[in-house]
Write a protein that binds this ligand. Structure first.
Ligand SMILES: NC(=O)c1ccc[n+]([C@@H]2O[C@H](COP(=O)([O-])OP(=O)(O)OC[C@H]3O[C@@H](n4cnc5c(N)ncnc54)[C@H](OP(=O)(O)O)[C@@H]3O)[C@@H](O)[C@H]2O)c1
Length: 238
């Protein structure tokens, strides 16, 4: 095990898009970042970050794979002896209309809800040992009941994606309340509508701007919020 005085962050779905940019920005702020991705896809981007002088490494992590998740605590303990920040960023949007099949709903929940839940559960013991544990759940404004019920979701308001992010929001609140007497803070992030494979080319924000909310929540000071839902500094309605 290395002697690690730096904070350590695990970011899921970090081979591209928002996850990779969150990793880059955290590393630029002196955090040792672990890029989680499936099928060995994090190796190349982690090497690219190291090429920029940043402290980055890759871990095999399909968020729907029990064995990958079970291996995480041992890997982090053996490599760093700590974990300070968990960013549950990996996510899928598999439905495009209202005719979402039960199978599609199931796959969406596996990646967007059950994966983050299982990873958080597995890593809580390490986060409890950290002086300032932070958990950020990458949600979406489309998970806001207030927003969708006001008719503001447009054609993006599909059954699978929206309800999975609403479920992730509730997990955020439940966990934050459970951890209220600990230093760990748990918040949900809406990155904005961001140009990525998921967000599409028509989105107004680039990943640099989109990563900002999750990075801020990952580095919150001791008097920062917990159990909240944010875009940048703005608190969003559940
Ligand atoms: N872009 C937006 O406008 C926007 C808005 C609101 C919220 N979000 C949220 O932001 C997060 C990141 O999305 P993005 O916009 O950066 O999209 P993206 O570029 O498509 O990235 C999604 C990431 O999630 C990973 N992923 C999906 N299923 C996975 C699994 N089972 N195991 C491990 N990794 C998995 C993908 O890996 P692969 O390459 O292997 O598929 C990829 O790294 C998502 O949770 C999304 O819902 C995005």
């Amino acid at each position: 095990m290395e002697n690690h005085s730096k904070k350590v962050a695990l970011i899921t779905g970090a081979n591209k898009g928002l996850g990779l940019e969150i990793a880059r920005q955290l590393a630029q702020q002196g955090v040792a970042v672990v890029l989680g991705a499936r099928q060995g896809k994090a190796e190349e981007p982690a090497a690219a970050l190291r090429g920029q002088g940043l402290d980055a490494r890759a871990v095999e992590l399909d968020v729907t794979n029990d064995a990958d998740i079970a291996a995480l605590p041992g890997f982090l303990q053996d490599t760093f002896g700590r974990l300070d920040i968990l960013i549950n960023n990996a996510g899928v949007q598999l439905d495009t209309g209202f005719e979402t099949s039960p199978d599609t709903l199931r796959q969406t929940y596996e990646a967007n809800v059950i994966g983050p839940y299982a990873i958080t559960q597995a890593l809580l013991p390490l986060l409890h040992q950290a002086p300032a544990g932070r958990i950020v759940n990458q949600s979406s404004i489309l998970g806001s009941l207030a927003t969708i019920s006001a008719g503001q979701g447009g054609s993006w308001a599909t059954p699978g994606y929206t309800s999975s992010k609403a479920a992730l929001n509730m997990l955020t609140v439940v966990l934050a309340q459970h951890l209220a007497d600990s230093p760990i803070k748990v918040n949900a992030a809406h990155p904005g509508w961001v140009k990525t494979d998921l967000g599409g080319a028509g989105a107004p924000l680039d990943v640099r701007e989109g990563a900002r909310t999750a990075v801020r929540l990952a580095l919150l000071p001791a008097d920062g919020p917990t159990g909240g839902y944010f875009h940048n500094e703005e608190q969003l309605p559940w």
